[in-house]
Design a protein around this ligand. Structure first.
Ligand code: RUB
Length: 310
């Protein structure tokens, strides 16, 4: 698939979810490199590669996973001497990133499963493979679990979750987003995913996640975020704010049916660390406030966006 085709699939959300777009981003850059036919001029290749990187990063602004995947794929490329060696390095990096991300997901599932007891009612929102990993494992290991999946307006990714769980044989009930607080009193634990984890421990995920966290906090229900380390943002350490993607109004309703009415469609929100019981990463369960340590461990410190030319 060409870089343009992959970018289109991410932009239109045919490929969605922070982990999946990260792997697609790495694959897109790899495919760009493999299909490159611009000759042996290193400077020209690097300039085209930068354009490909920026094109890919512009597809969806909120999930830092995409940025981290693309930069992982470009690691050490500038140190190579020939275009062919650069291409080889990109292919190796992309394959390595994809393998690491799959391994991380598996570890998160193993850890999350331990926080699930037989008989539990679980609530989740949107469609997060990291959040579902532990639930599916728990079900497969014979634990009796039941899931409340929120619809997740406006794009209704909760439908995908409900279908995925039903396919795995996990009992699942689809609820409206407005039903979160009402159903919370029946819930034992919540698992959600993340698009970006900030250095102060705040988690950016599908709009409505913070409402779920608030309702869980009120009901004293443990609220876990499941996030691979590549969803942590070193940019937030340098003061950068996470851009919340604003999508087309038509996702909510047809504006033509509402003359004179404005719409607001931010598709992610921020959950403050005080409402998070723990973030389940491939390095274990950490308190949200330890996000800083993961960023140091993974990235070695912070970076300024305009200085990051790796
Ligand atoms: C998806 C979403 C998911 C996270 C984590 O939003 O908010 O909870 O991306 O997903 P969208 P995963 O549908 O707008 O991409 O755990 O699969 O990476």
């Amino acid at each position: 698939m060409s870089l343009e085709e992959m970018a289109k699939k991410i932009e239109t959300m045919e490929i969605r979810g922070a982990g999946r777009i990260a792997r697609a981003g790495a694959t897109g850059i790899k495919d760009f490199a493999l299909e490159y036919k611009g000759g042996d001029d290193v400077a020209k290749f690097l300039s085209e590669l930068r354009k490909a990187r920026d094109f890919m990063l512009a597809t969806r602004p909120t999930a830092v996973s995409l940025r981290n995947a693309v930069y992982y794929t470009l690691r050490g490329v500038k140190e190579e001497k020939t275009v062919q060696d650069m291409i080889n390095r990109i292919v190796k990096n992309a394959d390595e990133f994809i393998a690491l991300s799959e391994k991380a997901l598996e570890k998160i599932g193993k850890i999350a499963e331990k926080r699930i007891q037989s008989g539990y009612n679980i609530m989740t929102t949107c469609n997060s493979h990291a959040a579902l990993a532990g639930i599916i494992r728990a079900h497969k290991s014979g634990k009796k679990v039941h899931v409340f999946a929120t619809e997740s307006r406006p794009k209704q990714q909760g439908f995908i979750t409900a279908r995925e769980l039903a396919k795995e044989g996990v009992p699942v009930t689809l609820i409206c987003d407005s039903g979160v607080r009402h159903h919370m009193r029946m819930v034992d634990v919540c698992f959600v995913g993340a698009d970006t984890v900030c250095s102060n421990g705040a988690v950016i995920n599908k709009i409505g996640t913070s409402q779920l966290a608030l309702a869980a906090h009120e009901a004293r229900v443990p609220f876990y975020v499941c996030a691979e380390s590549f969803k942590f943002s070193q940019l937030t350490m340098s003061g950068e704010l996470v851009e919340i993607e604003e999508r087309d109004w038509s996702e909510i309703a047809d504006p033509k049916d509402f003359p004179g009415v404005k719409f607001s469609n931010p598709v992610f929100d921020a959950t403050p660390p005080e409402y998070i019981s723990g973030i389940i990463t491939e390095f274990g369960v950490i308190p949200a406030y330890a996000a800083y340590d993961i960023i140091i461990k993974q990235f070695g410190g912070f970076v300024f966006e305009d200085e990051d030319e790796s």
